[in-house]
Ligand binder design. Structure first.
Ligand SMILES: NC(=O)c1ccc[n+]([C@@H]2O[C@H](COP(=O)([O-])OP(=O)(O)OC[C@H]3O[C@@H](n4cnc5c(N)ncnc54)[C@H](OP(=O)(O)O)[C@@H]3O)[C@@H](O)[C@H]2O)c1
Length: 186
């Protein structure tokens, strides 16, 4: 796992917000489908991707929809004994602990990519890691009342052209404009 490249994915509004009251500040169905498609995408159909998230992000997903299907769900919490998790999720006490757990032979061989899916401190730690490769950001072009925010993108990331299957043009849903962007470490 040490050589594994990490990708981040986040939807971020003009004031850098990502969440409010444990939920997303907006309802963008197509954007959620994009998140799902990106994080599920594999070249080898025998493999699956990993999504790593903080405890609040995990519990922010409606109960009926978690763990998120077709991906290894890794949840970070300093108090794993305090919460109930289904047996198929991987619970880790730190990012390092998460990578140790993913490094176990039975799991390691089934992994294609690792996606960091939030929230604030998980994004920050991952962006500062030498393993971080790309940041997939959906720029939500409005201001929302938020209580969780995306950290500042380090200077050593530059915007690049989108992958072929990701539209460059501005999208619109429910009167809210947004644009898919990709940043890559220089
Ligand atoms: N717009 C987006 O793309 C997007 C993406 C993700 C989330 N969100 C939103 O953001 C909000 C949640 O984000 P958040 O920043 O408030 O919380 P979060 O990062 O999801 O969860 C924070 C918790 O995760 C655990 N944690 C984080 N880093 C850890 C580490 N290195 N080691 C061990 N435990 C760690 C801690 O849990 P314990 O307190 O249990 O120790 C911490 O209190 C929600 O509103 C959600 O809907 C939005």
């Amino acid at each position: 796992m040490k050589n594994m490249r990490l990708n981040l994915i986040a939807a971020v509004c003009d004031n850098m917000g990502i969440g409010k009251n444990g939920d997303l500040p907006w309802r963008l169905k197509k954007e959620l489908k994009y998140f799902s498609a990106q994080t599920k995408k594999v070249n080898n159909p025998e493999k699956k991707n990993v999504i790593i998230m903080g405890r609040k992000t995990y519990f922010g997903v409606p109960e009926s929809k978690r763990p998120l299907p077709d991906r290894f769900n890794v949840i970070l919490t300093s108090e794993p004994e305090k919460y109930e998790f289904p047996s198929e999720v991987i619970v880790a006490k730190s990012m390092e602990d998460a990578f140790l757990k993913l490094d176990e032979p039975k799991i390691k061989d089934q992994i294609e990519n690792v996606w960091i899916v939030g929230g604030h401190s998980v994004y920050k730690e991952a962006m500062e890691s030498p393993m971080c490769h790309r940041i997939y950001i959906t720029r939500v072009m409005s201001t929302f009342d938020c209580d969780a925010f995306f950290p500042t993108i380090p200077d050593n990331f530059n915007r690049i052209k989108n992958d072929e299957d990701i539209p460059e043009e501005v999208q619109e849903e429910n009167g809210i404009k947004y644009q898919y962007q990709i940043y890559e470490k220089v």
